[in-house]
Ligand binder design. Structure first.
Ligand code: SAH
Length: 456
């Protein structure tokens, strides 16, 4: 296969990144924006020894589960890439991604029956509680907002995103309208001039509160109070408008300094029975409805009776630890970001959960100090998964159960393999769809010591 080759081929499945996969003459071709069953005319854009990439020139015959993307910006926006596949098939594709990772990367045999159907959403739209849109000047130096075009920093101007929960889109458009009215200069990343860089809006599903964050290239702007007042007048659910200063030449959205312009600096939202104070910089699950589903699975798998010591590794703002705390004797969360630990402690206090404690530090370092013990370990690492030292530290404690929560099936499969080398076995694998319309999949895995009988 060579770059430039044009061929007719059929798509057989969806790969982890969301691209369709074709296997002409056993050569693996990744072809974006295709679905299983499609017959396409494609041009090879990149060719390695055993695999390559191609782009669709024409869909000759559409696969049975190809649907019309619901979003009118789908073709240009880099946001979600699975919209052309029916939601039921998205869920099936995600289950297959998890199964394939376990088989191919983990080397597990006879694993398919342990992988449960993906827990999806009844309504797989309007689920995100956070919107962060970049601002740019257009050719007439007018302010425009939207999401980046695939693979670029060019904004596709838009007025709504179908993933965003109400009233996020409406508030976004009001902020854009008022920013233009008040002559707020759009930030230009090429010249580093201008004022408004990003508009960030958080909405709370359960309390109906909202928080607006104006990310500025300056300390403030003259009419900020009036503008904030006008936003809050038009959207009474906005409990606060804050400004965040980011003067660096960086892709990071937020800078380190945040100040309230009007109202509160946080909103309150719930995950299950837990209340959280969510401020401009707080990490908070973007799909709280499915986060609850995920934590519920983790709780069920933990099988707590009230006597257990639980370790929550990579605890973030403590959500899982706090979710498990009422059912355990003691829960210890470990997390490397100091602000997240501060938030976790505040959240424990806010919810009157004093059996949860939070320790700041690197998981690998703290586990090698050998001062922790656990009956149950929950581990929710970043995409790169676990270092060997972490796995060794975990298995040395000899917990009855290990619950591995993962956002990356590939590193998860690698790590599960290693854990099974230390006397543990996989009992159940439950994928959860936290990000419908995108290829991301979260998975909760229950492992227990081989000699122990469990109900799973
Ligand atoms: N369990 C949390 C979030 C997990 S995200 C929740 O459900 O909300 C992964 C977390 O791991 C992040 O908060 C990140 O800051 C933290 N982290 C990354 N590397 C780490 C390390 N070496 N030691 C401790 N925490 C780490």
């Amino acid at each position: 296969m060579q770059k430039g080759t044009i061929l007719k081929t059929e798509i057989i499945e969806i790969a982890q990144g969301g691209d369709g996969v074709a296997k002409p003459d056993n050569f693996t071709l990744f072809i974006p924006e295709t679905v299983p069953g499609d017959t396409v005319l494609a041009e090879v854009t990149e060719a390695k020894k055993t695999y390559g990439r191609a782009k669709v020139l024409e869909v000759l015959q559409a696969g049975p589960e190809r649907v019309m993307p619901a979003c009118s910006y789908f073709a240009s926006c880099g946001g979600c890439s699975l919209q052309q596949l029916s939601y039921m098939e998205q869920l099936k594709a995600k289950r297959k991604i998890v199964q394939d990772s376990l088989t191919r990367i983990g080397g597990f045999k006879d694993i398919d029956h342990l992988v449960k159907p993906v827990l999806g959403m009844t309504n797989p739209w309007y689920y995100r509680n956070k919107i962060a849109v970049p601002v740019q000047p257009d050719s007439k130096r007018q302010l425009r907002t939207g999401f980046y075009e695939k693979g670029t920093h060019n904004i596709v101007e838009m007025d709504k995103c179908l993933l965003q929960a109400d009233p996020g889109n409406e508030i976004w458009q009001t902020v854009v309208f008022l920013a233009r009215e008040y002559g707020l200069q759009p930030y230009d990343e090429k010249t580093h001039q201008g004022v408004l860089r990003h508009i960030l809006i958080r909405v709370a599903r359960r309390t109906n509160e909202a928080l607006v964050v104006l990310v500025l290239n300056t300390q403030g702007f003259p009419q900020e109070k009036e503008l904030a007042k006008e936003i809050m007048k038009r959207h009474p659910q906005v409990v606060g408008v804050v400004k965040n200063t980011n003067t660096k030449k960086t892709n990071a959205i937020l800078g380190s300094h945040t100040e309230t312009i009007l109202g509160k600096d946080h909103m309150i939202d719930y995950v299950g029975p837990l209340a959280f104070k969510v401020s401009a910089r707080s990490f908070f699950q973007v799909n709280p409805q499915q986060a609850e589903v995920l934590y519920q699975v983790a709780k069920e798998y933990a099988g707590l009776t009230g006597k257990e010591h639980v370790l929550d590794l990579y605890s973030g703002i403590g959500t899982i630890a706090l979710y498990l705390a009422p059912a355990a004797k003691k829960v210890t969360g470990i997390e490397v970001v100091p602000e997240a630990i501060e938030d976790a402690k505040k959240n424990a206090e806010f919810n009157n959960l004093n059996s949860a404690i939070f320790v700041h530090g690197d998981v690998a370092e703290l586990l090698t100090q050998k001062k922790y013990q656990a009956d149950v370990i929950v581990v929710d690492p970043p995409r790169k998964g676990l270092d060997l030292t972490v796995i060794e530290g975990m298995v040395k404690m000899g917990p009855q159960r290990i619950i591995y929560v993962s956002c990356n099936p590939a590193t998860m499969a690698r790590d599960l393999k290693e854990i099974t080398n230390h006397g543990y076995t996989i009992r159940a694998v439950q994928p959860v769809d936290m990000f419908p319309q995108t290829p991301h999949v979260e998975t909760v895995v229950l492992m227990s010591r081989v000699k122990v009988n469990t109900m799973f």
